[in-house]
Design a protein around this ligand. Sequence first.
Ligand code: SF4
Length: 96
Amino acid sequence: METMKQATWNYEYWRPRATCKDYDPALFFPVGVTGDAELQIKSAKMVCGHCPVAMQCLEFALRTNQEYGIWGGKDEEERRVIRRMRRQQRKLAVAS
Ligand code: SF4
């Protein structure tokens, strides 16, 4: 049985089950965050909301430092916040 860590790194393992595989990839890479892009981001997140591999997708994006696009239902700023929180948690763990 594959662990979560293995499943995350093994793009070939989870990608075939991605809900977005039948969508235009451009939907997940909006240009900007206002106007039409805002609607596009919401649409992409709705697709992710039904995706059975959203956790793997998000972990992949976080671990490979994907800067752009919607991954695992999270936009760029949301992923930056998660990365920041994880760094703080690691610092606290080391300090304790
Ligand atoms: S979470 Fe979203 S971007 Fe990631 S594989 Fe699923 S549908 Fe695609």
